[in-house]
Design a protein around this ligand. Sequence first.
Ligand code: BMA
Length: 930
Amino acid sequence: MGATMRRSTQAILAASAASMVYGQGQVLDLGTVDWTLTSPNFSYINVPGKVPSQVHLDLQASKVIGDPLYALNEFNLRWIAFSNWTYTSTPLTSLNANANSTWLVFNGLDTFATVEFCGQHVAATNNQFRQYYFDITDIISSCNSPVLSVNFGSAPIIANATAALPGQETWPWDVQQLYEFPNREYIRKEQSDFGWDWGPAFAPAGIWQPAYVVQLPPNDVYIRNTLVDVYREGQINLLPPDQSKDWVLNASIDYVGSLPADAALYYTIRGGNDLLDLSGRLANLSSYGGRLTGSIAISSDAVDLWWPVGMGSQTLYNLTLSVIGSRNNTLATVFKRIGFRTIFNNQTPVSQQQIDLGVAPGGNWHFEINGHEFYAKGSNFIPPDPFWPTVTKDRLQILFDSVVDGNQNMLRVWSSGAYSPDFMYDLADEMGILLWSEFEFGCALYPADEAFLENVAQEVEYQVRRVNHHPSLAYWAGGNELENLELPLANKSDPARYPQLQAEYETLFLDTIAPIVFGNSRSISYSPSSTTNGWQSLDFSRRQPITQRYNNLTVGSIYGNTDHYNYNPPQAFNMSTFPIGRFANEFGYHSMPSLQSWQQAVDPEDLHFNSTVVMLRDHHPPAGGMNTSNIYNASIGQGQMTMSAQLYYPVPNKTDSLANFSAWCHTTQIFQADFYKAQIEFYRRGSALPERQLGSLYWQLEDQWQAPTWAGIEYDGRWKVLHYVAKDVYEPVIISAFLNISNHDFEVWAVSDLWSSVSAKVNLTWYDWTGKQLDSNPISENVTIGALNGTQILSSNVDTLLADHNPTNAILAMEVTTHGKLPNSDTTQTFTHKNWFHATSLSNSSLVDPGLELSHSNETSKFTVRATKGVAAWVWLDYPSGAVLNFDANAFWLLPGEPKEVGYKVKSDTTSGRWVDGVTVRSLWDNNVR
Ligand code: BMA
């Protein structure tokens, strides 16, 4: 019998990329019933509650509190986190008291919940990231009033109590990064809920994920989670898959209820370019512990590959899995959308063949998609809101549009937020964004007692199985920066205890997590720490195969990935401080959001660079505790932004205080973008150097509130200077200059991440600031740029090049143009990239008024910008509040006379198009204008 799809199920499939239908069972979505929210601490609070939701959101909806993100409400609302909260349902009268079995299924409880049904205790929970399911059959059978109540204890208070338990683990004082609420490492709750250096600390509570009551007849099941693993025959995590092999599809469902002994698992796979239509019964069926598993082989020729954006199409297939009972009846059906791809994180030793090609010895550290190396271009994703229930698919769609518009193909989903919702992976599957995913541990060491490990094991098992089918899932890492930061700190502070602390780290991240990842998935690579020197050896006869390299390094060899934070402004553009590694997975510097964002969050009288409210929203360096007068640390962060702006750019000193604030905010964004640009160019050039550098993921993609942070996209979706500049240097083919600030050696390189070699035309021309061409050795030549490689265009010394010119009045315009094809594309495209080099910092350069002019055409829906008097540096189109959009280009440079047409993409608009009239243009020169 083939599992046929019924009409109703097709409709469901269209509505959602992963949904379920059931046999005769009944599923009550607890989001559809009425709830009240009360607190034993505050008898006067009794407001409607929601599922899924969190207490702060429900209190805000009932106007008990204002916007938590406004001004200093973060501090004013601490009382919510220190209180207990109860969600109580109306009587669930639609339930059947005589069902054969009744289950409560919570996809997420945040965090310390006591669940009662019909006035009886059901269970207590202690992990935000686990799915909990409870058999309440007995309770409902003798129930007068089927009321469900979920009482949440205060997470900060429970964390403190857990830390104080006798015999509890402790660590050297400086290892555990303290943000605001302490002791986050003892509990399994979103770590940034306790504060982080880019966000507020609310420690929210609530039924934050969908929840259900499931009622089943005898011999029926409810699928609570599904694993689908698609891999090449013989594939083993951490080793390169053989691309000539057929595919294996392994499917495994977790259910509640009772499965008939002869139940079978059927599949259909439909879709793709050739309208594939496969169906049948899964082989190798096994049933154990509430889990039914089977697999099939799929011919490699039968399916099209899934590729990340810019490397091919994102072909997806609809998979239906049906549990079929003894009478050929369908007990339950689940839909998953899948893709056929291998994504491999290559940490293998550099081979002799690679060395012969010029790669430095050591370990590889890069990704390969379907057997191909590629350059990973992207950033780090943080939780887009302090309150996850507000994060909808539509909201993420806007953000992910910006990811793709920004020429990014990979996000590192940072590891101390929450596991990404399925709809986030769905979007990434459709848009071709690879999601490097992580387990939620960061900037601390963690306990390794049995109860903690068991709790983590349950969490990891659920999450790995839940998301493994998404082709966008690229990688699993254990935690944030543990290997390069926390372990060395522990070693330094307490060398005697270090072996024990490292062993505990390995117990958690290798012995506990790795076997669960590898036991469920053969398609995804895993590493215990985000930043790492990689593995030293693998032994597949062991329960987990990895021996980490740590600092067993050979001089002259290069290992692992890198991060780079340097808050000493004079060193920002000193290339010798940039790390040389195989892959840059974090680097950054903070900047202010725009005036428009500040106005959403701060009263007009607080709109000053160092007003108390602005400063108390700067959490870098971390506040270091609950003291709300953390103004000292904030002043360090504000100072870093001020100093870097002063050092490198003309300093705004405008008479209008709001205009001055806005110009200052903007100048900190220019420095940020400039600093990231220098690093991205350096890393990308590394693809042509012995480090064979193959990735740049900067810190951080987006904001979760309006504050000074590392983000390139502000809270409402507005792009900072950084996101535009990253878009520009993430173009496939770029041209860049490299200055050694010590001896003034100077190089220009063209770099390409296309998969075939291209011939390119390059032009290098020196100008003065009025736009007059200097006679200093213009270059116009044709070069070849190798596949995923770079070509040096010029190697010289700036002092020699500008011997006859004043370096403060000399700028180099660079341009590369090539015709080539994106990977797996038949279409030849023109790739052009322009770049600028200034020999002295812009604060010391002879800037002139470029006489910028701006016009807009309603016909073409484009702006035209023109410099009429001189070279314009960092030309910036600004638009008013009320709309969110991005221009095709921004923060560019212009020669006089050269018109630049700029289109735009509107993401949201409450101004009925009137924002167009409010668009202004400025350049760095405007900082000099009072
Ligand atoms: C790295 C990250 C984050 C942090 C960021 C900025 O350490 O991993 O934990 O927010 O830098 O400090």
